[in-house]
Ligand binder design. Structure first.
Ligand code: ADP
Length: 358
């Protein structure tokens, strides 16, 4: 089975082709619609991918789309017109992501292959109610489907598939989240109703006192769009220091830069501690995504605050690019695992197609 995996963003399309579980092609188009970009819109990118496939003599059986918000969906599903309408309803819950992904599904129809939606929220559908329910009026939560959905589920599920027991998966990229996993199932995660909750991120504040929001709306006369912009685009490492790329911050000697990194590390340490407590122990801690995979410095600083859990990191393993970076006498295994969302999507597509007997 040849599977085209599409990750459609507002100005980029990441694509790869899997022959069963082997990646045979990958590509990335960015700056879509920008002056310096090669493509004026997403339609022309899909045409470009189609041409590339034809030129390489690759036929496609199924297309797997990453869709950030799947609402109540617990698993990946084949997309027909009716289901597409259902997914469109979730755009309210993820306005920055879902509309682009839905557009991706619509314009990919011309490729003539079966399409499957793979949701970033689905992996977290196993989170128990005590961890997924916000202590807001029940009626409001029911009316609007307000609960912890969690995100980065495709990445965390990949980590769950290659680890064992009680695992804390730290997906640290420009957006970051931590997930508590028991025997392959998500039991809690730091992102919530939206990707804004939890860790301090590149441009997102993460968890803050909810009282700050009405306070700022009143004092600054913000509209809801403005406050959302401040929380998602102007906060986090960028808000603290003016820089949202950790690579730059790690070499920044300014007081603000140093404090921003301290706050970032502290927020990871606190989340790991709370999940170790929630699971009554932890067997493995995994670092993944841009920062998790590449920054030995951040891994070291986080792990140095986890000695109470019996975490001991081997400095050589940590800096030499080993997968296992804890020492042999560490009570908890600490690993660096390159996430593979594309492979996970391809696997999910196969499962969904088999299940629908197509
Ligand atoms: P996205 O969430 O956009 O997929 P990535 O997982 O690719 O992001 O992570 C991107 C982030 O990873 C960048 O913003 C950068 O701060 C960070 N990063 C990448 N390499 C390093 C490194 N060697 N040291 C520290 N941070 C890094």
């Amino acid at each position: 089975m040849n599977i085209l995996v599409l990750n459609v963003g507002s100005s980029s399309v990441k694509y790869s082709v899997f022959k069963d579980e082997k990646e045979i092609l990958e590509g990335l188009v960015d700056k879509i619609g920008e002056k310096t970009g090669e493509f004026k819109d997403h339609e022309s990118v899909i045409e470009h991918i189609e041409k590339e496939l034809v030129s390489k003599n690759i036929s496609i059986d199924v297309i797997g789309h990453r869709v950030v918000h799947g609402g109540k969906e617990k698993e990946s599903k084949v997309v027909d017109n009716e289901f597409l309408k259902e997914i469109e309803k979730y755009s309210d819950l993820a306005p920055l992501h879902n509309p682009h992904e839905i557009n991706g599904i619509k314009i990919s129809k011309k490729l003539g292959a079966l399409q499957v939606a793979v949701f970033d929220t689905a992996f977290h559908s196993t989170i128990p109610s005590k961890a997924s329910t916000y202590a807001l009026p029940n009626s409001l939560c029911k009316k609007y489907g307000i609960k912890r959905y969690g995100f980065h589920g495709i990445s965390h599920s990949y980590i769950a598939s290659v680890t064992e027991g009680k695992v804390i998966s730290c997906h640290l990229g420009s957006g970051s989240s931590v997930c508590a996993i028991i025997n392959g199932k998500s039991v809690d995660t730091s992102m919530g109703f939206t990707p804004a909750e939890g860790l301090v991120m590149g441009t997102r504040a993460g968890s803050i006192d909810p009282g700050i929001i009405p306070f700022l709306i009143e004092k600054e006369e913000y509209s809801w769009q403005q406050i959302e912009h401040v929380l998602n685009e102007e906060s986090g490492l960028k808000g603290l220091s003016g820089k949202n790329d950790l690579r730059e911050l790690l070499t920044d000697d300014s007081k603000e830069g140093k404090l921003a990194v301290d706050i970032f590390v502290y927020s990871i340490v606190k989340h790991i501690g709370s999940y170790a407590a929630a699971m009554n122990g932890v067997d493995e801690i995994v670092f993944t995504a841009g920062i998790g995979e590449n920054s030995s410095e951040i891994r070291k600083r986080v792990c140095n605050s986890l000695s109470y859990l019996g975490v001991i990191v081997d400095d050589e393993r940590n800096t030499e690019g080993d997968m296992l970076i804890s020492s042999d006498n560490s009570k908890v295994k600490v690993k660096v695992i390159k996430t593979n969302e594309e492979l996970m999507i391809a696997k999910e597509v196969k499962k969904a197609v088999t299940k629908s007997h197509i």
